[in-house]
Design a protein around this ligand. Sequence first.
Ligand code: NAP
Length: 397
Amino acid sequence: MNKPLKQHLIDPEICIRCYTCEMTCPVEAIVHDDNNVVVDADKCNFCMDCIPVCPTGSIDEWRVVERPYTLEEQFGWAELPAQGEVQAPAGETAGGDELEAAMAALLAEAHKGAGGKARAPATAAKPSVNLYNLGKPAVAKVQGNFRLTSDSSGADVRHIILDFGSQHFPVLEGQSIGIIPPGTDANGKPHLPRLYSVSSPRDGERRNYNNLSLTVKREDKGLCSNYVCDLKIGDEVQVTGPFGATFLMPDDPSARLLMICTGTGSAPFRAFTMRRQRAAAGTSGDMTMFFGARTPDSLPYFGPLAKIPDRLLKKHLVFSRIPGVDKEYVQDRMMVEQEAIAELLADPKTHIYICGLKGMEQGVEHAFKNIAESTGLPWEATRDAMREEGRYHVETY
Ligand code: NAP
């Protein structure tokens, strides 16, 4: 009989196919086919470089097996197999106790900001994932392309509306889709899709239409963002997805949402807000948003946001580059609003969502720790319990 070994796997249900892990792996152990992104057990050396770069935590899956799952087996999965009966005797896993301890330490470090592996809210609807893949993308038609930021702001952020016609393309708020830019890369291979969060609610950008919207910022020399920001009405776009099974909103109408974002990280929160607005009758849970941008005219949806009444959405719009005004980040405003946040942290109905720049994670985490501990709540334990209950969600790139 083979010695049991620990195998690194990726959860195909949660993976959003951003391919960041594949691009990061120094030994090329992570590969993909049209369907899944998987780890080659023959090549993986447990270096853990892929763990902190994964925006969802789908990368953090391990099984003790007698025979490693092959690439072909993993490519065929729609979900992970359960852990079988195999027991890993101490010191007899891939590299023994030392490796185990090193892995545990690395994982703890990698998950510091995200607070560990993501879980969906208990009352969230079940999302559809990976209905369209690289080999069989959906074809959407562009219905709209509107600039959300002023010409003088320096940021070109677009509201893009895609229509799926008669194709079945169900999405839930918080999910992402992939867009395949046309053409080929330097090796003559088709480009990989780029991921964008959906910014419209599940019943469509226009209610009961089979369309959705994205919030896309033109990046200097960005291959896909320039393609998307230049799309014209009627253009056809190849789409993969939908992806994401954890960064979802609770269906419980009494759930309270605390949403913290920077820039285009606001996309899922537009979707959450519209979902709540449309289902307003019977909703008792409140929503609070901390939203950071450089200036008001570079903050996506500034105008429409300002019109949403405070009783539905408490808005804290903070700006980092207003001439003559001190720089302010979302975490600074959280400290100003610490009483309100402390009250939310103490309420088991509260769900926390953080989305946007990777760099914000640390500052936001620090603010939460300060606020929680000033009221006697141990932050790490509180956060970890919230995460286990599907009430703490981080998606940063
Ligand atoms: P941006 O304009 O570069 O930044 C937005 C604001 O965040 C600015 O005010 C910026 O301030 C501030 N900021 C910079 N560093 C910060 C830090 N450490 N802590 C707190 N605030 C900080 O943003 P963007 O270009 O729209 O980028 C948004 C990010 O969200 C991208 O990285 C994108 O990939 C990501 N995103 C994620 C998702 C998702 O996870 N589903 C969806 C959409 C977008 P200064 O520049 O003045 O320092």
